[in-house]
Write a protein that binds this ligand. Structure first.
Ligand code: SF4
Ligand code: SF4
Length: 350
């Protein structure tokens, strides 16, 4: 069963005061995850909050995408005893989560991960967590410096695919309910909401698109697919890239992981999965040391092709949602957007 059951969009509104009260109540009654400043880090990230005063309302986006709650950086799949198959214990994955403040690009990224984990091999570890989560997303009022969501159709306002979407309308938020799970949450807290505010999401999207330099995704797709991109581009990126992996580990749509076994100090054996990255040298290395994809350029080219061709073919949506995180964190001065514009033919030559 799909993790999102879309419904015809229901419109409402909520005052900013009521939103604060609502989130406060949800944080006491449920497990609320929202943008907040961690105790040791200045970055804003999605963290469990126990009161609305802990939520950061004035933020662009989080450093770590919300995918970590469905697909953990390091998660135990099951514990086992090497001497007996019967002692396998599968980790319980079903805690009810309410998310507040997820940006439209990250909602689209979760939609892509849903499609990925729902295809031929159904991944229960991911899907069980998604099934019991509901997301209140907040549309962006302005495009941030590193973002290019309008070029890939993932923001700054969504037209579908959300549970509940809030759109800033001054003193109030326009509220759009777009799924069964969103409707259940809306009905549970109906007293907080008011009369519909009319917002034309399509129009807001088109307005934002006109103001973003961006690129033509179709042209990028065509040029990559027909192999029209000069190989010097991949060589240039490979020269700068330090293989730190940050751009992929923090990408909200990247889903690669590796599986390892750990033994805890008290003797429990854990089978873990942990985020992995195709820019790491060992990613394609096989037992015996053979590596079928040696040159770094090949992996780099493959990343662009995977996100901007293959995932469009497979899932009908771009594998890049334009969140801009990869540009922000790169230690090698590799600019993903600038490179896409070079692929398109609108950027400077390599
Ligand atoms: S490739 Fe970069 S801009 Fe695109 S979704 Fe991933 S982190 Fe965001
Ligand atoms: S963040 Fe930059 S340097 Fe690090 S792997 Fe990605 S492209 Fe390479």
């Amino acid at each position: 069963m799909p993790v999102i059951s879309k419904i015809q969009i229901k419109n409402a509104s909520i005052t900013k005061t009521n939103l604060f009260k609502l989130l406060d109540l949800i944080s006491q009654e449920k497990f609320l995850i929202a943008p907040a400043e961690g105790p040791d880090l200045e970055d804003i990230n999605f963290l469990p909050v126990t009161g609305a005063e802990q939520i950061c309302f004035d933020y662009e986006n989080t450093l770590v995408p919300p995918k970590e709650y469905f697909f953990g950086q390091s998660e135990c799949m099951f514990s086992f005893s090497p001497r007996s198959n019967e002692s396998i214990t599968v980790t319980d994955q079903s805690e009810e989560l309410v998310f507040f403040g997820v940006r439209p690009c990250d909602v689209k990224a979760i939609e892509l991960l849903d499609k990925f984990y729902e295809r031929s091999f159904v991944d229960d570890y991911y899907l069980s967590k998604r099934a019991c989560s509901v997301i209140i997303s907040v549309a962006c009022s302005q495009l941030n410096e590193e973002c290019f969501c309008t070029s890939v159709g993932s923001g700054p306002v969504l037209t579908e695919g959300f549970d509940i979407q809030l759109i800033d309308a001054g003193n109030d938020f326009a509220v759009q309910v777009g799924s069964e799970k969103g409707l259940q949450l809306y009905e549970q807290y109906q007293d907080f909401f008011g009369a519909p505010i009319d917002v034309d999401a399509e129009k807001e999207f088109e307005k934002a698109k006109a103001s973003e330099p961006g690129f033509d995704l179709q042209r990028v797709y065509d040029r990559l697919k027909s192999n029209k991109v000069d190989d010097r581009l991949w060589a240039d990126i490979a020269r700068r890239c330090q293989s730190c992996g940050l751009c992929l580990l923090l990408c909200p749509t990247c889903s690669c992981y590796t599986v390892i076994d750990r033994v805890t100090p008290n003797g429990r054996n854990l089978r873990m999965r942990e985020w992995d990255c195709c820019y790491f040298e060992g990613f394609t290395r096989m037992a015996g040391g053979q590596n079928p994809v040696k040159p770094k350029e090949e992996m780099i080219k493959r990343k662009y092709y995977h996100k901007l061709v293959q995932q469009i073919d497979e899932f009908g949506m771009s594998g890049c949602t334009g969140c801009g995180r990869c540009n922000t964190v790169c230690v090698g001065n590799v600019n993903w957007l600038e490179n896409i514009r070079k692929i398109e033919g609108s950027g400077r030559d390599v």
